[in-house]
Write a protein that binds this ligand. Structure first.
Ligand code: KG4
Ligand code: ZN
Length: 327
C-alpha cells in the first residue's frame, strides 16, 4: 500500500518547526528552530516579534526539512499545519506556507488542532493504540483526556485557572530564573529536598485542576523566607515540583482506575518534566503501561502535527479554514 507521507508545519508560539512523518509514526525528518534566546530578553513571548521571526525563518526550515529527508515535494501525500490554538500572527505564517505548498503541488491541505497534535506525539516511533487516558500538560493547557479512539477524544477535566506550564513559568520568575522558567526550575528541583516545605494541593472537583492557589502560596512562601540567611532555592523548587507532579498523577491515575484503562500517556511541554515523568513511570509497578513522548517531541514540534494529520481524519480541512487563537 502507498505510504502516507505528511509534511507539517508548526508555528503556534515560539518555535518554527517542520517535519515529514510516514504513516503517522515514522519520523523521516524533524527540524525545530527555536526563538527562546530572542524572547528571553523580555521574560516571555512577544507575539508580534514571534510572528516576524517565523516569517524570516520558515522558508529555510522548510528547505532544511526536505534536504534532511531526501524527499521530493511531489512525493508528499498532504501538507498540514497547526490551525490553533495559539498566537494568530504566528499561526498565519505556518498555515499560509502549508496552504501555498498544497496549491503548488496539488495535494490536500490538513489543518490540525495543536492540542490533538500534542496527544499524537505519543504515536511517534511507538506502537501505542487507543483507548488510553492522556494527561496533557503545556504552557496553556492542563487536561485529562479520554482517548477513546484515534478520532474520539473527550476532555474529562481541566484547569479552572492557570495552566501548569504557566504556573511553572510564574514561580520561576519569583527566583529570577530566565525564560522559559519550567525547564530551569526542573533542573534546580532535582538537587533539592522535596520534603523541605509543605505545599497544599488545591481542592477542586474530581478531575479538574487549579494552579493559581499554588502560585500564590509560593509567592507568600518566598516572601516569608526573604529574611532567612540560608534558604535553599533547590529545596523550595523540589517541594513545589513534587507536589505539582503528585497532584497531576493522582488524578490521572484515579480516572484510569475508574474507567478500567490500563494505559496512561503524557503529552505537552511540561511532560518533559523529570518528576512528572518519574511519578508517571512508577505507575508501571502498579500494572499500568505508561507512554511519554521523547523530550524533543514533548515541547512544540511539527512531527506531532504530521502524526495528527494522519490519524485524525476528521480534522481534514480545506484551504479556506482559518487559524484560531483559543480552543
Ligand atoms: O507544549 P509547549 O512547548 O507549548 C505550549 O503549547 O504551551 O509547552 C511549553 C511549556 C512552558 O510553560 C515550559 O516552561 C514548560 O512547557 N516546560 C517545562 C519543562 N519543559 C518545558 N515545565 C516543567 N519542567 C520542564 N522540564
Ligand atoms: Zn504546545
Amino acid at each position: 500500500m502507498k505510504k502516507d507521507l505528511i509534511f507539517a508545519i508548526e508555528t503556534s508560539c515560539d518555535e518554527s518547526a517542520c517535519a515529514i512523518v510516514e504513516d503517522g509514526r515514522k519520523v523521516i525528518s524533524s527540524i525545530i528552530s527555536t526563538q527562546i534566546p530572542i524572547h528571553r530578553e523580555y521574560g516571555g513571548v512577544i507575539p508580534e516579534v514571534a510572528a516576524r521571526e517565523h516569517l524570516l525563518t520558515i522558508n529555510a526550515v522548510i528547505e532544511e526539512c526536505f534536504n534532511c529527508a531526501d524527499v521530493d515535494k511531489n512525493d508528499i501525500t498532504a501538507f498540514a499545519s497547526t490551525l490553533g490554538p495559539g498566537l494568530v500572527g504566528c499561526l498565519l505564517i505556518g498555515a499560509n506556507a502549508a496552504k501555498t505548498l498544497s496549491i503548488m503541488y496539488n495535494k490536500p491541505y490538513i489543518g490540525v488542532n495543536h492540542l490533538k497534535g500534542h496527544v499524537c506525539a505519543n504515536y511517534l516511533e511507538t506502537d501505542l493504540e487507543p483507548p488510553f487516558v492522556c494527561l496533557l500538560v503545556s504552557g496553556g493547557h492542563t487536561q485529562i483526556i479520554d482517548i477513546k479512539s484515534y478520532s474520539e477524544q473527550t476532555i474529562i477535566g481541566e484547569t479552572i485557572d492557570d495552566a501548569v506550564g504557566e504556573c511553572y513559568d510564574k514561580v520561576a520568575r519569583l527566583f529570577n530564573i530566565p525564560y522559559p522558567g519550567g525547564p530551569n526550575l526542573d533542573k534546580l528541583a532535582q538537587n533539592g529536598d522535596k520534603k523541605a516545605f509543605y505545599i497544599p494541593k488545591p481542592k477542586v472537583s474530581e478531575f479538574d485542576f487549579s494552579f493559581s492557589g499554588i502560585k500564590t502560596h509560593m509567592l507568600k512562601l518566598v516572601n516569608s523566607l526573604k529574611e532567612e540567611k540560608e534558604i535553599s532555592i533547590e529545596d523550595i523548587a523540589a517541594s513545589f515540583q513534587h507536589t505539582v507532579a503528585e497532584y497531576l498523577i493522582e488524578k490521572v491515575k484515579k480516572f484510569a482506575l475508574q474507567k478500567g484503562y490500563k494505559t496512561i500517556a503524557l503529552a505537552g511541554g511540561v511532560a518533559a518534566n523529570s518528576e512528572i515523568r518519574k511519578q508517571a513511570f512508577e505507575l508501571q509497578n502498579e500494572g499500568f503501561k505508561v507512554y511519554a513522548p521523547t523530550m524533543k517531541f514533548c515541547t512544540d514540534n511539527a512531527a506531532m502535527i504530521a502524526s495528527a494529520a494522519h490519524f485524525l481524519k476528521e480534522d481534514k480541512k480545506y484551504l479556506d479554514m482559518e487559524v484560531f487563537s483559543r480552543a
